[in-house]
Design a protein. Structure first.
Length: 311
């Protein structure tokens, strides 16, 4: 897999079969689509390619738009690089590009990226105002000498696996179901930052995460069983996302994990948190003693879910 960010570097590349999209999360639905591209490319003796964008197109059109992403650019690039396609073209999305009709856009794909076969995602639309559809793309393809194929969707239990579906699951705290659709554990990564240190006084010291990507979707508030990676080593953990109402944390959203069987100082170190299961919603307790009792019960449940010894 070659990640190509400069159109000047595409001149000597061979003809391609390709698909295009944001590919936020690079989930199982995306991989199902890209596998179809690879099969078409193999049948026709072409290179298999992915065309995507380094920035969400709506951020170009709406400067105040704040996407809730499943994957930031470096995360998306890492996930795409693991796939079987030959090339990933990072197409800079500009206002000028957004004004092109679908036919004009297909000409860009043909001229700069040598795309001879375009595999269209089952619900994907492109071009100015996104007013044209698959039949239009086929007609333009015939005029340009580009074959257009409609891909099959990955449907499970009557639901198409899509980025929007996964976002909705995460907003509900349904991380187990979201992980099944993603094909991997949803994660947040960033830096361990200073916190209020209340957990330490209760016997549950926590590491507070400052996410590296502020645009990445944070799952529903509540308590989760997670895996935590520090310096490449995996630990079980109990994570809380929320405003800590029992200790009057105010309006600041905290992401804090109690790393099980761990006592090192990791302030300012990098940390990754992988979501495994939702335990319960965040709630307010009448006293710190009640909170402590609940945290002990939560920790036992987390240990069982992660198949760790209960202590």
């Amino acid at each position: 897999m070659r990640i190509i960010t400069d159109t000047d570097r595409t001149e000597n590349l061979g003809p391609c079969a390709a698909t295009i999209g944001c590919f936020d999360g690079v989930h199982r639905g995306h991989r199902y689509l890209i596998n179809q591209v690879c099969e078409v490319a193999a049948e026709k003796g072409l290179h298999a390619a992915i065309v995507t964008f380094p920035v969400h197109p709506r951020q170009v059109m709406q400067t105040d738009y704040q996407p809730q992403l499943l994957s930031c650019l470096h995360q998306k690039t890492d996930l795409i690089s693991q796939l079987d396609a030959d090339y990933c073209f990072m197409l800079p999305f500009t206002r000028e590009l957004s004004q092109l009709s679908a036919r004009e856009f297909m000409q860009v794909l043909q001229k700069h990226y040598h795309i001879q076969v375009l595999v269209i995602g089952y619900d994907h639309r492109f071009g100015h105002n996104r007013s044209e559809g698959f039949e239009d793309y086929c007609r333009y393809g015939q005029e340009l000498g580009m074959e257009v194929i409609r891909a099959k969707a990955l449907v499970e239990d009557g639901v198409s696996i899509s980025s929007s579906h996964i976002r909705n699951l995460l907003r509900q705290g349904a991380v187990h179901e979201a992980n099944r659709c993603l094909g991997y554990e949803y994660y947040l990564d960033g830096t361990v930052t200073d916190g209020y240190k209340v957990g330490r006084k209760l016997g549950f010291p926590t590491a507070n995460l400052l996410p590296a990507c502020p645009e990445k979707l944070i799952p529903a508030e509540g308590v989760y069983a997670v895996y935590t990676y520090v310096q490449g080593i995996r630990y079980g953990g109990m994570l809380n996302i929320g405003h800590r109402p029992t200790v009057n944390n105010g309006t600041n959203l905290s992401i804090e994990v109690n790393i099980l069987d761990f006592s090192e100082n990791i302030y300012r170190k990098q940390m990754r948190i992988e979501f495994v299961a939702f335990i319960r919603p965040e709630q307010r307790f009448d006293s710190l003693e009640q909170l402590t009792v609940q945290l002990k019960a939560d920790r036992e449940q987390v240990r069982k879910l992660l198949q760790m010894p209960v202590r």
